[in-house]
Design a protein around this ligand. Structure first.
Ligand code: CO8
Length: 261
């Protein structure tokens, strides 16, 4: 692939958006490759994914403005759908996804980060939804995910003003979970991914599904989703091994290959 690097390290994988000349901006070719790379992840062996940007300045500086500048209404809608489809694929990937935000996360870059489960950033990171300054709306899920992630009022403020914010403010409003010096960011993200990967994979996947699906419905339906997924963990290798080892004071051994039993 020309714009995506993908590296598997034991039970985790690191996917890097690699178009540093354009600060990793997302054009159609990058989105197509991102889609293909996400679809090709071997979910039998990879238990957590880290997504980051190439270079030291940018995670993703947005959708490609040059490409968008020539679009018709219909092409604009299709481009929005292309991004939305890829980001939804990331959001609903069975394994946890950590965004390691190593610089600019603007427009589509912030939207990509928000489709991940967990956001860690460098102290150099800059976030924003500057679309209204370009005459468009955030179109890769920004109006929806930002309002759900921070408060609706804060999302509206950021989107209507198009103002960029720095890492400390992103931390304060809950857009990111933690801030690191740039050189410590990727190691921290990988360490967190390894911690997740060492836990029982069926249970971790069920937690992601329960949280994501539960947030989309009312509480009565949400707790039923939780009950079903909780029940689905029983009689699995991970549950028998995990609880058995607790009882016998041994260390549980995670299964090398994911199987749903
Ligand atoms: N698209 C295309 N190229 C870009 C982008 C981008 N979003 N961002 C940066 N680049 C390119 C620049 O054109 C430049 O290329 P070149 O060297 O060939 O001139 C190179 O990257 C370096 O950028 P700068 O020289 O501008 O670097 P600076 O350090 O001066 O500035 C900034 C860095 C502040 C990040 C600046 O580049 C910038 O403001 N970029 C645009 C940020 C932005 O507005 N992003 C949001 C785009 S809109 C969007 O993402 C919408 C998503 C939903 C789409 C829905 C479709 C329907």
């Amino acid at each position: 692939m020309a714009f995506i690097q993908y590296e598997v390290k034991d039970m985790i994988a690191v996917l890097t958006i690699d178009r540093p000349k354009a600060l990793n901006a997302l054009n159609s070719a990058v989105l197509d490759e991102l889609d293909a790379a996400i679809s090709a992840i071997d979910l039998n062996t990879v238990r957590a994914l880290v997504i980051t940007g190439a270079g030291e300045r940018s995670f993703v500086a947005g959708a490609d403005i040059g490409e968008m500048s020539k679009l018709t209404k219909a092409e604009g809608e299709a481009f929005g759908k292309k991004g939305n489809d890829v980001f939804r694929k990331i959001e609903t990937l069975p394994i946890p996804v950590i965004a390691a935000i190593n610089g600019f996360a603007l427009g589509g870059g912030n939207e990509l980060a928000m489709s991940c489960d967990i956001r860690l950033c460098s102290d150099t990171a800059v976030f924003g939804q500057p679309e209204v300054g370009l005459g468009i709306t955030p179109g890769f899920g920004g109006t929806q995910r930002l309002a759900r992630l921070v408060s609706p009022g804060m999302a509206k403020q950021l989107i209507y003003t198009g103002r960029n914010i720095k890492a400390d403010e992103a931390l304060r409003i809950g857009l990111v979970n933690a801030v690191y010096p740039l050189e410590e960011l990727l190691p921290a993200a990988e360490k967190m991914a390894v911690t997740i990967a060492r836990n029982a994979p069926i249970a971790v996947r069920a937690c992601k599904q329960a949280i994501n699906e539960g947030l989309e419905v009312g509480m009565d339906e949400a707790i039923v989703i939780e009950e079903k997924l909780f029940g689905s963990c029983f009689e699995t290798h991970d549950q028998i091994e995990g609880m058995g080892c607790f009882m016998s004071r041994e260390k549980p051994k995670p299964k090398a290959v994911f199987t749903n039993n």
